[in-house]
Design a protein around this ligand. Structure first.
Ligand code: GLA
Length: 698
């Protein structure tokens, strides 16, 4: 399905960024709505999401609809020139639905029902929920489908955030129907699930259940199919709602994804094609070691889902959230840096949760565009400043990020690699992907995130991290890419099993053995906290393996640990390209060094001055123009080579850009200036007079 350009959603003559928030007028009175609309204008807000949690007000009792308040809100916003991203309102059913139909409540893996009182308390397979939710969508779509203020449809909200996995009998029956569709016959299912093991062979479809809590470990193939089913089941709710909307309205349809480190239930590679606009919600997660690196990763994943086209950030926080153990407020400039990192990485729309901070309910202490303190606040000032900044950057909207390196990531691999009964619990899929990503980011390398098996033409290098289960076709995309001159870096525990997670015999890493020119007999995971030394000065943790080079050149070997003298890092010339194998978990610096070496080997342009610096540099290109984004995460001013016009503060830049501590600068590069670093454009080429200038600034 071809996408609607985000920058054209507002019918502006020229592309522009959308800017706004979730707006929950249900929580406020009509006088406040008017004040809200005026303040939205002041902040430069042009698109707000409404009716996200409106169901209980729109349909207080079954079949009794009341649109009076929403009608008023829609008109007020329209009169103030603010576009609407209209929610279908189905994200949380009203109390009557599950009070009258308790079977529609979700069931957890231990067989207990979850109660009404939070949100998303419904079973995704419930026919009762489906019927009532679609009846509501029908009403909403018929009423507002042609309203000129409606620029976008927002189906439900963060589908599957809380209720992706329901284990109730209705879900079990839907799971069986899904399995019949997938396998056709019980024999095929038994084969794929390996039910010869532990007396699990099924003789009738009705005997198959959802993978509820068992005494011992369960069947891994059943577990993964259940996760696939669950993702599909939730997507089906989206499809059903979108179909109703499309009967009544020509406005594009989307829902907000959760590309984030703590939610992995939805396989968005399978969802992306169904969206008219790709939209993501992202919150800085202070439970992670590197929250801003994860932000960049999530933005790049979202761009990958959008096929490289611009996308929309549907939610983020102006400051603290309320749902982490310690809800850290943003420091001055941090919100702008976060936002412009999303923009640098392809966002053409920026929205927050939420417009006005709630005074009741469990999200009272979540930040908003308009905080409890009102407009006399640093948060409000930053919101107004961001509105202005997005206008100044308007010409960037519609341009694209271009990358030389692809990094493979997927939700299915996340499920499979993290299954239990693997060699070590220390190996976590996302952590491995993040490590590779962070190492490249720290070297200033922009990457595209691609699905396993994606086309790799046009890239110089691909990185495959901990991709445990791969089909022959997926493996061939990597081998063919290398044979044709590309370079690959593959990390440990990749290529071990096939598409149904059956071990590939004859030596690990089965699917990539030939490409890598190595053969591993046995894994030797390390004790938690154990470190081994390599002969090139690196150290490593988590994993080693008894590996033999079979044609590959040995780059580094272990000095100690369980396998002294055994190769740990290898490089194999293959066809016209080369494939590196990282058979252990290298320390951060060595991983960055090794990936940078492989990238340089692949002909990726690297700026050595960026390695280890606090600058994040990304280029967007389009219509013959290049825009250089430089984000300074550090607390000292920095220099970066650039020639062109700076768009945030204004001014010509002739050779050297000064980026104050914590600031962001965006330069429209002069036509003759290189968009990518070259040997001449590295900071070594920065004139001494500019260095003086920065010293004075400090
Ligand atoms: C999600 C939801 C919002 C809100 C925010 C809080 O993104 O979509 O409704 O709960 O989290 O961070």
């Amino acid at each position: 399905m071809s996408k609607t350009p985000v920058s054209e959603l507002l019918d502006a003559e020229l592309p522009r960024f959308t800017y706004g928030a979730d707006y929950n007028p249900e929580q406020w009175d009509p006088e406040t709505w008017l004040e809200d609309a005026r303040l939205m204008q002041q902040a430069g807000v042009n698109l707000v999401a409404v009716n996200i949690f409106g169901w209980a007000q729109l349909e207080p009792l079954p079949g009794e609809y009341d649109f009076r308040r929403l009608d008023q809100v829609v008109e007020i916003l329209h009169e103030h020139g603010i576009g609407i991203n209209l929610g279908t309102g189905t994200s949380s059913p009203p109390p009557w639905l599950t009070a009258e139909h308790p079977d529609a409540l979700p069931m957890t893996a231990d067989g207990t029902r979850r109660a009404f009182g939070g949100r998303q308390a419904y079973c995704p397979s419930s026919p009762v929920f489906r019927e009532h939710s679609l009846a509501l969508v029908e009403q909403v779509a018929a009423r507002y489908g042609r309203h000129p203020a409606v620029k976008l449809w927002h189906v439900s909200n963060e589908l599957g955030c809380h209720n992706a996995h329901c284990y109730c009998p209705v879900s079990a029956s839907a799971f069986r129907a899904w399995l019949e569709q997938r396998y056709g016959t019980l024999d095929a299912l038994n084969e794929a699930w390996g039910t010869a093991f532990w007396s699990q062979r099924y003789a009738a479809w009705e005997h198959i259940q959802t993978p509820m809590l068992t005494l011992s470990t369960g069947n891994p193939a059943q577990a993964v199919d259940y996760l696939r089913f669950s993702s599909d089941e939730i997507l089906d709710q989206y499809r059903a709602e979108a179909a109703v909307l499309r009967r009544h309205s020509a406005a594009p349809v989307t829902t907000n994804f959760m590309v984030t480190a703590h939610i992995r239930a939805l396989d968005y590679w399978g969802w992306a094609a169904e969206m008219d606009v790709i939209a993501n919600d992202h919150y800085l997660d202070h439970r992670l070691a590197q929250p801003t690196a994860e932000l960049s990763f999530a933005a790049d994943v979202t761009r990958g889902l959008a096929g490289g086209e611009p996308w929309m950030l549907m939610e983020q926080a102006t400051s603290a959230v309320n749902w982490q153990p310690h809800n850290i407020a943003k420091t001055p400039g941090e919100m702008l840096r976060n936002t412009l990192t999303h923009v640098a990485r392809g966002a053409d729309g920026i929205s927050f949760f939420q417009w006005r901070a709630s005074v009741q309910g469990s999200e009272r202490f979540h930040s908003a565009m308009l905080p409890h303190a009102g407009t006399d606040s640093a948060v409000w000032q930053s919101v107004v400043e961001l509105g202005r900044t997005l206008e100044r950057l308007r010409e960037v909207a519609g341009t694209r990020v271009v990358a030389d390196v692809a990094l493979v990531f997927g939700w299915e691999p996340w499920w499979i690699t993290d299954l239990d009964s693997h060699p070590t619990t220390e190996l976590r899929y996302l952590e491995q992907v993040h490590r590779a990503y962070n190492a490249l980011r720290a070297s200033g390398v922009t990457v595209d995130i691609v699905a396993p098996g994606a086309e790799l033409d046009g890239y110089r290098m691909v990185v495959v991290a901990a991709l445990h289960s791969v089909t022959d076709e997926q493996a061939a995309t990597v081998s063919d890419f290398v044979a044709a001159g590309g370079h690959a870096v593959i990390t440990f525990f990749s290529g071990i099993t096939d598409g149904v997670d059956r071990v590939r015999t004859g030596g690990y890493p089965g699917a990539f053995r030939e490409l890598l020119g190595v053969l591993t007999e046995e894994f030797f995971p390390l004790h938690p906290g154990e470190t081994v030394a390599l002969d090139d000065g690196a150290t490593a943790t988590i994993w080693t393996e008894r590996l033999h080079a079979r044609g590959a050149e040995v780059v580094a070997s272990y000095l100690d640990g369980p396998l002294p003298g055994t190769p740990a890092v290898t490089r194999n010339a293959f066809g016209a390209g080369a494939a590196w194998y990282l058979a252990t978990n290298l320390d951060e610096v060595s991983l960055a060094r090794t990936l940078a070496r492989a990238a340089a080997d692949a002909g990726v342009a690297l700026d050595p001055a960026l390695a280890g610096s606090e600058l994040e540099v990304v280029v967007r290109q389009g219509s013959g123009r290049s825009y250089l984004f430089v984000i300074n995460h550090g607390d000292t001013d920095a220099l970066h080579p650039a020639t062109g016009t700076e768009l945030i503060e204004g001014g010509d830049i002739a050779g050297t850009l000064v980026v104050p501590a914590g600031a962001v600068r965006v330069v429209r590069l002069s036509a003759q200036a290189p968009a990518r670093p070259t040997a001449e454009s590295t900071p070594d080429a920065i004139r001494e007079s500019d260095r003086e200038e920065v010293r004075e600034l400090r």
